[in-house]
Design a protein around this ligand. Structure first.
Ligand code: PEP
Ligand code: MN
Length: 342
């Protein structure tokens, strides 16, 4: 950390900051400049809060030089983290893992039809929510354990792995009994109690980026899970809030490249929530793969007009098929493949 002093800071102010650094157990290294002095705090392990310095007499700013996360960083681990699901699907090996399915599990028949489409199109992971974090308390909240049961059976019948969301500690324990991957949704990205809980589980975690989270905050959320002992985290960019309401969210394609550069964890993209409109999903799915995404998670419904959630962004089955073909062409162009379970 670098503590930048005001140009009017007195020698006593500088001395005081150095004393605070030493009292915290670190080394203080003043760097006098033409206009002002900066003081290096040497030996920071990420636990020093810049707020300890901002507000002290003569201090203009305290700047974190190193990333505040460790276990998720490429500096800590250079090689890509590889996640292997029970059906043989690999995430993080450089290829593109295709995940698809409805926003919500609505019935045994609906999730069965969905699983059939995903498998036939070459997908390897079935998505679908049984616990739905809805903006309105009057909106469909999900089928709960019944939905998990139907989804597990449908996934198994079609050789798919299964990813579904947990929204609290109780649902996390239940989801862990059925699913192959536990999804933590955008609204819960900073639910630290939930992150600690899934950090203690031996199941991969798909961590969505919060809708107003910086990349640093997203990686710090992943750090909670790794710190708990669970190193199997998949990061998922799903769009962020912005001033423009032309799309539901702003799909941050750059975040895919940034997260992959900063972290060894696999990064996938969710262009369904990223755009909110089915006619934009294909373009953003292709863009995400071109940007280096390790996978895609796409909402698809057998009859989107009947969907109990997110129908407007859910692809029709034939659109899902053709999107997979288009994505395969982009994958080929950038020297990767769509992953298979074989
Ligand atoms: C979902 O995957 O259906 C979902 C609720 O996603 P997000 O948390 O990204 O909004
Ligand atoms: Mn959804």
């Amino acid at each position: 950390m670098l503590i930048v002093m005001d140009s009017k800071a007195t020698p006593e102010d500088i001395e005081h900051v150095c004393e605070v650094i030493v009292r915290l157990g670190y080394e203080a290294r003043p760097i006098p400049g033409g206009q002002r002095t900066a003081i290096g705090l040497v030996g920071n392990d990420g636990s020093v809060d810049p707020g300890r310095f901002v507000g002290l007499p003569g201090v203009r700013d305290a700047i974190q030089v190193s990333a505040p996360y460790k276990l998720v960083s490429r500096e800590w681990k250079q090689e890509n983290t590889l996640i292997r699901l029970p059906n043989g699907a690999l995430i993080g090996d450089g290829n593109v893992c295709m995940m698809g399915g409805p926003c919500s599990v609505e019935s045994e028949a609906q999730i069965e039809e969905s699983a059939k489409v995903v498998a036939a199109a070459g997908g390897t992971v079935l998505r679908g929510g049984a616990f739905k974090p809805r903006t309105s308390p009057y909106a469909f909240q999900g089928l709960g354990e019944e939905g998990l049961r139907h989804m597990r059976a449908a996934a198994d019948r079609h050789g798919l792995a299964m990813v579904t969301e947990a929204i609290d500690l109780d649902s996390a324990a239940m989801v862990a009994r059925y699913a192959d991957v536990i999804q933590i949704g955008a609204r819960n990205m900073q639910n630290f109690t939930l992150l600690n809980a899934v950090g203690r589980l031996d199941k991969p975690v798909l961590l969505k980026r919060g809708m107003a989270a910086t990349i640093k905050e997203w990686l710090l959320a992943a750090e909670y899970v790794l710190r708990g002992g669970n190193e199997q985290v998949i990061l998922c960019e799903r769009g962020i809030r912005s001033f423009d309401d032309s799309t539901r969210n702003v799909m941050d394609i750059a975040a895919i490249a940034v997260a992959k550069a900063r972290s060894h964890l696999p990064v996938i993209a969710d262009p369904s929530h990223g755009t909110g409109r089915r006619n934009q999903v294909r373009a953003l799915a292709m863009a995400a793969v071109a940007a280096g995404a390790d996978g895609l998670i796409i909402e698809m419904h057998p009859r989107p007009e009947e969907a109990l959630s997110d129908g407007a962004q859910s692809l029709y089955p034939d659109q899902f098929h053709s999107m997979v073909e288009d994505v395969a062409r982009i994958a080929d162009a950038v020297g990767v493949k769509l992953s298979t379970t074989g």
